[in-house]
Ligand binder design. Sequence first.
Ligand SMILES: NC(=O)c1ccc[n+]([C@@H]2O[C@H](COP(=O)([O-])OP(=O)(O)OC[C@H]3O[C@@H](n4cnc5c(N)ncnc54)[C@H](OP(=O)(O)O)[C@@H]3O)[C@@H](O)[C@H]2O)c1
Length: 253
Amino acid sequence: MSTLKNKIAVITGGNSGIGLATAAEFIAQGAKVVITGRKQAAIDQAVKELGSNATGVLADTANLQHTDALVEKVKALYGSIDILFINAGVGNFFPLESATEQQFDQIMGINYKGAYFTLSKFIPLLKDGASVILLSSVSATTGMANSSVYSGSKAALNSLAKVAATELAGRKIRVNSVSPGPIDTPIMDKMGLDAATREGFAGAIRNSVPLKRFGSSTEVAKLVAFLASDDSHFITGTDYIVDGGISINAVMP
Ligand SMILES: NC(=O)c1ccc[n+]([C@@H]2O[C@H](COP(=O)([O-])OP(=O)(O)OC[C@H]3O[C@@H](n4cnc5c(N)ncnc54)[C@H](OP(=O)(O)O)[C@@H]3O)[C@@H](O)[C@H]2O)c1
């Protein structure tokens, strides 16, 4: 399939999980991809896996100077881009009453401020007709305990997608968000949970999904690739849920 033939894409947080699977899907569909992350070794490994149509750039999305440098590197490489997939994010979960300012700033700094300024600073490089996808979460529209800061950061992204879709419509640039439910990626290993707590958490989540499983990164990547492609030309300012039905929140199973 070559739906994304000759398109240039930037994916933040492209060395792992959903970002890496989406980079592989974009390349399989004919695109050239720039991926970012905070760890050089992980970026190098991902680029090795993805092959010669991938370029890696070390850039912490929470650091606006890194974002400026990323924009300059992409400009020097390709001049302009067709697809911007703002995917980099972290998950940390704790009760509202014990939240610290540091936890708040870390999550909001990466998931919202980082995403916001990535979009803002890439606007001059977006081609007319480009597609922007923001990686949100079903947490944005549900009320899972202990997710107050994470959910807020993702709800802010949904709002940003709508405002940006309005502001950029004059240039035929489309902006949408994608909201996954539980997806099997390394994100849970990064939460600092011990093995028993992690398995208990994963089991409880799995049980709440009507389809009784976690989704895969590739299942999210296929949706993102559709929104990135010209097949979704008339879709902008909306949120797409890919969650095995967890947000149905059925009163009775
Ligand atoms: N997995 C799920 O169940 C799920 C559900 C809903 C939404 N999401 C969202 O999906 C997105 C991808 O997560 P994932 O599940 O694929 O997890 P993941 O495998 O941990 O991938 C996260 C990616 O984001 C990057 N990243 C994190 N902080 C960054 C920063 N400050 N600057 C640059 N890159 C950064 C990571 O790179 P480094 O390793 O270099 O930091 C990594 O490449 C996140 O926005 C997450 O909130 C995930």
